[in-house]
Write a protein that binds this ligand. Sequence first.
Ligand SMILES: *[C@@H]1O[C@H](CO)[C@@H](O)[C@H](O)[C@H]1NC(C)=O
Ligand SMILES: *[C@@H]1O[C@H](CO)[C@@H](O)[C@H](O)[C@H]1NC(C)=O
Ligand SMILES: *[C@@H]1O[C@H](CO)[C@@H](O)[C@H](O)[C@H]1NC(C)=O
Ligand SMILES: *[C@@H]1O[C@H](CO)[C@@H](O)[C@H](O)[C@H]1NC(C)=O
Length: 534
Amino acid sequence: METRILICLVISTLVLTDFSEVVFAATFTSKLIHRFSDEVKEFRVSKNGGDKLLSSWPKRKSLDYYQLLVGNDYQRQNMKLGAEYQFLFPSQGSKTISFGDDFGWLHYTWIDIGTPNVSFLVALDAGSDLLWVPCDCIECAPLTATHYNSLDRDLSEYSPSESSTSKHVSCSNELCQLGSNCKNPKQPCPYIANYYSDNTSSSGLLVEDTLHLASSSGHASKSLVQAPVIIGCGRKQSGVFLDGVAPDGLMGLGLGDISILSSLAKAGLALNSFSMCFNDDDSGRIFFGDKGAASQKSTSFLPLDGKFDAYMVGVEGCCIGSSCLEQTEFQAQVDSGTSFTFLPKKVYGEVVAEFDKKINIKRSSYDGYPWEYCYKTSSEGLHKIPNLSLMFPHNNSFEVHNPVILIYVNEEVTGFCLAIQPSAINYGIIGQNFITGYRMVFDREKLKLRWSRSSCQDLSNEEGTPDQDKTENPLPTNEQQSTGGGKHAVAPAVAGKTTSNPSTASRQFMNKLQLPAQLSLLLLVTSLTFCILI
Ligand SMILES: *[C@@H]1O[C@H](CO)[C@@H](O)[C@H](O)[C@H]1NC(C)=O
Ligand SMILES: *[C@@H]1O[C@H](CO)[C@@H](O)[C@H](O)[C@H]1NC(C)=O
Ligand SMILES: *[C@@H]1O[C@H](CO)[C@@H](O)[C@H](O)[C@H]1NC(C)=O
Ligand SMILES: *[C@@H]1O[C@H](CO)[C@@H](O)[C@H](O)[C@H]1NC(C)=O
């Protein structure tokens, strides 16, 4: 099967039911205890903010209202002045967390939705557009904590009828892609989002409700911001969403107009840009409105079939150590919804051959691992791992912080694998393992990807302009990187997907390592004519 992931929206009678049943609203006071104690220590909900700005911010502004502003003078002025807030982040904090093999290797963050607010642990996916949460469930993943290793509290279900700030999105709304199929334009707008992973989808109704965010702008202390956004009331999920991946919802961070990022930008709340930064220890940060550090490098996003639907970039070549390889040009999608990187077959061949030559150790195979280039070595051998970098246009290099996965037996390093796989399609996917160690800025306004090395500081504590990233740290040594990254990095089920028999491969893999399937990426199909159901 192709690695192409499609999200498409098609009509379904199933989702046209009313959301009047099911009452569920809860607020939790207990905290998630992450398995790494550092994480727990650092997991602070931003409490030092005042409610000063909150009172000046109108509680209920509809998207329709904001849409009226687009294109008029107010909006132009707004854009010139920048946005109301320098950074926005979820009200519970900018921290992201990965639970390794639990929850399919993705990075997650807690968000609060509605009035009274309800918390959701949503997966961060730059490969799709819609924010959806389990809602008035017909078929949802188990939400009780006992189903998961990493949770100490139950997950929530959303119910628009329980939220005083929820509003129907009608079929006539321009963001309702299935609108033309509705019998009545006043009907609630249905949605179906299909993802690449086997038979994986979420469907339900679109609603508008408040997303609770926190802000910091220069010297101002943190304050709460209530942003009206479109949310998928996910009544019925399927595939990996019922099997441990994103059980409590998914935040699409793609380029589509329906993404929360578009809403924040249109409302003048944040610049149309965001950053994600992932650390080796599974912690990370997300900031809406972030344009990045002054010293960052950048490359332009590329259109795919004439449209900017995905975060596609053009790589001019790959370098292993000091050897830059001929004919290793390729296009790739940058995707936080894919754990490990894929390169087009030909480029993959060149890269692994050079890597193998430089490393000069005999290759080994590790049963159940999806990677072909693995080597047995003790931790002393790790210094032999050559650096790998991607060259972008205008000599903008991207040095991959940690391209290998360490293999541990009883806490001892016994080997490593080059964590890259051949892609079945003609472009690559730059996954989480390649973007770790960087503050990756997705500048949607300028259509550029920007990056700078970072250990994912809390930018909201910084005073000064967004152009200053004073505390940017250098990368740790190769040894530190590898040790940090390897511990939790066992292997993703997505890895099986490009083999000739994807489902068998991933099943074997899952049996062995007891992993849930990996949600992977991507492409938003904006028109029904391109819609392909997998
Ligand atoms: C969410 O609700 C709780 C309990 O009512 C409240 O303490 C908290 O401040 C609310 N959070 C936000 C972001 O409004
Ligand atoms: C996906 O759904 C189809 C049709 O319902 C089914 O035949 C197929 O076995 C499913 N695939 C997987 C991997 O579950
Ligand atoms: C990799 O790059 C770093 C800094 O860019 C350098 O210090 C290190 O020696 C390089 N490692 C190898 C094996 O070339
Ligand atoms: C890129 O770097 C190479 C070698 O450092 C240099 O020869 C070349 O002129 C540079 N190209 C650009 C566009 O700066």
